[in-house]
Design a protein around this ligand. Structure first.
Ligand code: TRP
Ligand code: ZN
Length: 468
């Protein structure tokens, strides 16, 4: 049970030559009414933007899998957090064909991934405003610092849309950072015979003139990278769980045989996780099982993870755990990515432990037995850098950190911490420092040494520090 998400072979790291562009969070700019081009994330300096928050995205997207052309309209309802004479959205590629702010045409220009908008009049601090962007083109994925692809990834029958960490901007203009969470309406139109799956609840579906439109609604707050619009020839299954959660599964028929026995367990996995972590955070659930070798990984898209192929049970447990840890409780900064991946991986260990497999201690011991030169110990998971956010230490040593915490505080306090973490930051954001304070509060123990050892210290931790 120590497997990682399958990931594509790593290409050479692409150097980030954007630091120069970085006026993020520059107080001089903010005072002049200019929104920053990034939220100041050290891993992805241009991700997100300063000066406003988006409350709601209303996305209308048409896609033709043959020509691979996309036509989109995005209506963002936002609030200015400062006076704004100018602000940025994130958008990669595609052509902007029209842009209004509160119905008035607004000047705009492109600068790399920044779509720079100058509204006709300045927005006041606290003012609500509406941005409408019409755009079109042939979308494609972005290449991450680790060489993997994310965003709009065309497949042989549609597109696999998995946008962690940066790809949301490949298919809609966004405030592309997990600190800005919003509700979404996503309306997708595709040729009849294809299915277009987004997040949340399916409000309706209609076919006319050879095209089918799917209307999706994601009510609970969602980070942009967790939005999907995965399109293909799918078999659909719908039902409601005993807890009233609406399940919508879409499966590529080529993967259906292998997927069926695993997907059958989704309700029981969600029930088991709800007992462990507290109530499931969303009104909808499900899975999209695609055939997307171009991606090579699964992603915990909110309410409805996307799988690049039929998942095994461990992967289903992992992506489901992310609904609490990553989706409901989101990162504040990408450097804390272990809060997502360590928790999801540790959930796999717990699932095995409670379902007749290896104990978490046994899994921990097997990993701890790997030699100090192993890639598991290549860097500490607490601040891995943009090129390492999906590296082995983030998943495996991140899970080991949680196991070390459990050993130090005992099962009672440990499981209380997991539940309290999910409850106190539900539909919000969290940081490693906040988790540490919570664990200290609930256990009455000083845990600074343990967090430092497992998350921030270079090299293989000394075994005597394993649990304290
Ligand atoms: N967060 C995903 C998971 O663990 C994995 C993932 C997303 C990923 N994007 C990636 C892995 C890019 C490697 C490369 O479920
Ligand atoms: Zn994960």
């Amino acid at each position: 049970m120590t497997h990682l998400r399958r990931r594509p072979a790593l290409l050479a790291a692409v150097p980030l030559a954007v630091t120069a562009l970085l006026a993020a969070a520059d107080p001089a700019l903010a005072a002049g009414g200019v929104g920053a081009p990034g939220v100041g994330d050290p891993c992805f300096p241009l991700a997100g933007n300063g000066g406003y928050h988006v409350d709601h995205y209303d996305l209308t997207v048409r896609y033709d899998p043959v020509s691979r052309r996309l036509e989109g309209k995005a209506v963002l309802t936002a609030r200015a957090t400062q006076r704004l004479t100018r602000f940025d959205l994130d958008l990669h590629g595609l052509k902007v064909t029209g842009l209004t702010v509160d119905r008035a045409e607004a000047r705009h220009r492109r600068h790399g991934q920044e779509l720079v908008v100058t509204p006709r009049r300045a927005l006041r601090k606290g003012e609500r405003f509406r941005v409408t962007v019409a755009y079109s083109g042939v979308p494609g994925p972005v290449t991450d610092p680790d060489g993997s692809l994310d965003g709009w990834i065309p497949t042989d029958d549609g597109a696999f849309v998995a946008s962690e960490p940066q790809g949301a901007m490949t298919w809609f203009p966004a405030n592309n950072h997990p600190t800005d969470k919003s509700s979404y309406d996503i309306t997708l139109t595709v040729p009849e015979g294809r299915t277009a799956v987004a997040n949340g609840v399916l409000l309706g579906q209609r076919t006319a003139h050879g095209k089918t439109t799917f209307r999706w609604r994601q009510t609970e707050p969602m980070a942009a990278y967790l939005a999907t619009a995965t399109i293909g020839k799918f078999r659909v299954e719908r039902f409601t769980t005993r807890d009233g959660v609406k399940v919508y599964n879409a499966v590529d028929p080529r993967e259906a045989g292998a997927a069926a026995p695993v997907l059958k367990k989704l309700p029981s996995v969600l029930e088991w996780e709800s007992r462990l972590f507290g109530r499931y955070p969303f009104r909808a659930a499900g899975a999209v099982v695609d055939r997307a070798p171009q991606a090579g990984y699964a992603l915990e898209t909110q309410t409805r993870p996307v799988y690049d192929r039929a998942p095994d049970l461990g992967t289903l447990v992992h992506e489901s755990a992310h609904q609490w840890f990553g989706d409901s409780v989101s990162l504040t900064s990408w450097k804390d990515i272990w809060l997502n991946e360590g928790f999801a991986t540790y959930t796999e260990w717990l699932y095995a432990e409670q379902h007749g497999g290896d104990s978490a201690q046994k899994t921990f011991d097997a990993l701890y037995a790997t030699p100090a030169g192993d890639e598991l110990w290549a860097f500490p998971p607490g601040n891995p850098g943009g090129e390492n956010i999906f590296g082995t230490p983030v998943y495996a040593r991140g899970a080991m950190a949680l196991h070390a915490l459990r050993t130090a505080v005992g099962d009672r306090a440990f499981f209380r911490v997991l539940r309290a973490w999910a409850a106190e930051h539900r539909h919000g954001n969290g940081t490693t420092a906040q988790l540490e304070r919570l664990a200290e509060r609930l256990s009455g123990k000083e845990l600074g040494g343990l967090f430092r050892t497992w998350l921030y210290a270079r090299g293989k931790p000394n075994v005597s520090q394993k649990t304290r």
